[in-house]
Design a binder for this molecule. Structure first.
Ligand code: NAD
Length: 267
């Protein structure tokens, strides 16, 4: 279904690792809605090769960039504007990784050196991206920048571990940079707080199945899928949401406002 909501728009989509990635679905829908895009991911993710299939399908160039590396980001956004033929209308930050989570460290026994890396990859990278975009003046007026987050930034989900604190930082960066981007060129910056979703990053969280099933039962609409998250991203990239900025937007089937759902007790 295409309504050409992004007709003529140019964007950069990070984080498409495989066809389960939320960013993969966003990239597909951006092109379906008339946008031209550049795909980017960390050089190590490129080696897995799956992004090349998406690149071919969407006729989108892939530019490798480690999102923690300012030189890579500088090159990414410079080349993207050249390839796409102008300033950028939208950018998606869809990046998260914690070595502590990956290696099964508990929140009370974190390796803080690894934590520094998790913060850099999963939160500071959002600031780094926007700092480069800001300095290059790479965003078109009334553009839209999004990052994906999770509700553990507000409420305690013990198994989400250090990523809870890191997502809180990510959301704060969205608000803080939203002021500067808005003032400079009417660019909006928002974070979308997505339901648990079966992806490589999601499934890496301890007890993810229980986590997923619980949220699915608690939310009156059930968990939001990666596809519906992509639909929401399209809406946020389109001209229909021009005055929404500096917000953390829950996309979770109503989960975040539930106290108790009798469905949880009915087995
Ligand atoms: N899956 C969920 O349950 C869920 C829920 C809410 C929010 N999110 C968020 O959505 C975003 C996308 O995750 P996903 O679930 O699609 O999983 P995913 O594993 O498909 O995507 C994560 C991406 O981050 C990329 N990445 C890691 N380190 C990087 C680096 N240094 N530079 C550039 N890219 C790097 C990976 O290569 C991968 O493409 C993440 O921010 C995640 O926290 C996911």
């Amino acid at each position: 279904m295409s309504n050409n909501l992004l007709k003529g728009k140019r964007g950069v989509i990070s984080g498409a690792l495989n066809d389960q990635s939320i960013a993969w679905k966003v990239a597909e829908k951006c092109v379906e809605q008339g946008a031209t895009i550049v795909l980017t991911n960390a050089p190590v993710a490129m080696r897995m090769g799956e992004i090349n299939a998406l690149s071919e399908k969407l006729n989108a160039k892939v530019i490798a960039a480690d999102a923690t590396d300012m030189n890579d980001l500088d090159k990414l956004f410079r080349e993207s504007q050249e390839v796409l033929g102008g300033k950028l209308d939208f950018v998606l930050h869809s990046i998260g990784m914690s070595v502590n989570v990956r290696k099964g460290k508990s929140y009370t026994d974190l390796n803080h050196e690894w934590s520094k890396n998790s913060i850099d990859v999963s939160a500071l990278s959002f600031h780094k991206m926007m700092q480069v975009l800001y300095k290059q003046d790479a965003m078109a007026d009334w553009g839209s920048i999004l990052a994906l987050t999770y509700m553990a930034a507000q409420r305690v989900f013990p198994d989400y571990n250090e990523m809870a604190d890191i997502k809180a930082m990510l959301e704060s960066i969205g608000r803080s940079f939203g002021y500067h981007m808005g003032t400079k060129s009417k660019v909006r910056v928002n974070t979308i707080s997505q339901s648990p979703t079966w992806t490589t990053a999601g499934a890496g969280v301890k007890g993810f199945k229980e986590f997923y099933d619980y949220a699915d039962k608690m939310a009156p609409l059930g968990n939001a899928s990666a596809e519906s998250c992509a639909d929401y991203c399209i809406a946020m990239f389109s001209d229909l949401t021009r005055m929404v900025t500096m917000q953390n937007l829950f996309h979770d089937g109503g989960f975040s406002n539930m106290g108790m759902n009798p469905a949880i007790l009915e087995q």
